[in-house]
Write a protein that binds this ligand. Sequence first.
Ligand SMILES: [Zn+2]
Length: 405
Amino acid sequence: MKIEIEQSHSLGARWIHTMLAPPLENHWINITDGQVDSISSRPAHTVTEHLGEHGMVLPAAINAHAHLELSQLNVPLDVPNRSITDWVSALLAFRRSADYDAVQGIQRALRRPELLESTVAVADIVPILNESREQPDQAGGPAKLSSLKYLPFVELIAWQKEIAEKLNYGVEQAGVPALYCLSAGVPAQLFGLSPHAPHTVCPTLLDRAVKQNVPLAMHLAETLEELQLLQHHTGPLLDMMRRADADYEPMSVLIGKRPMDYLQLLSAAPKAFIIHGNYLDDEELRFLAKHRDTMSVVYCPRSHAYFRHTPYPLKKMLDYGVRILLGTDSLASVPNLSLAEEMQFAVERHPTVSPDVIYRLGTIEGAAVFNLVSEGLGTIQAGSPARLLTKMLLPWRLKMINLQR
Ligand SMILES: [Zn+2]
């Protein structure tokens, strides 16, 4: 449901989650020129709309992990038993196919209604453009999406020291992701780097990434196969890497025997985003809780379910004090890019976690980590863009209403 209202307007609901205070009962959000101007117990404007006895309002969401480059896929990859190695093989085949174009994938994602209607900020992993594709197509972009914050992390992959040393990356690459999104009408600058995962990132590369002194996002403790490779240097992930590179040598690629060895290195970055963290142990969770001011774990609820992992230990992680954010991951493992649907799915999957807590993970927690609260994002406060998620308590459904002009 999209409501286009040009004039001052008050939106009332049974519950308003500003995220800055306990939910407000029977209040009104007063909106002028697409911006929240106040919240009050009576409507401040003569034009009003009330969502009724069961209505609830949340701020639009912050998506802390996506790979928008894969958005030319129309449905998640179909692989038998959802094996991670088969999935990666299918993904690499897609990336080699004529259908794949990273720039067009990002541009296409940034036009998808469910992304625009649920989300005010998206942290995206973007590949380094290859030499032959320097200039994304400037034509055909939509009107400027000034209310969407795009936070690109450049993806770094090199398991050989020689390649890691030659890789041209880092802050000097700042123009590349910015170019991607400017051509889609979204202003952006480089936010961070993403050393991909333990099995694809050699010590030299991780060391160089940490020394850039920018936020880092790394896939870690994602699969049991990864833990097996780290601990025993065996298993299907090793077989897959050997198929890609017959000389792949775990002893020279891997850093230590467990995710903790990576967490310790990543804790030196100004901010670190641990993507998935599905199989972190108790000591690792305690470490992350201790470093919660700079380290977050990004949970992707529907992607996690797609891979049929063991249940995500969300309650336990929160009880330890780990900072958790929510992401969609990519269209290679989820049906759409709606963070509202991720929140809804997480609420259903985790009945022992209060829905209010899950809404916070998808909104203000991300806004705080990405320094967006002062811009009014992830919260409802005076100055926030009037991009709001509404929910009817019965039936359960999150919708976006866009009151911006
Ligand atoms: Zn990912």
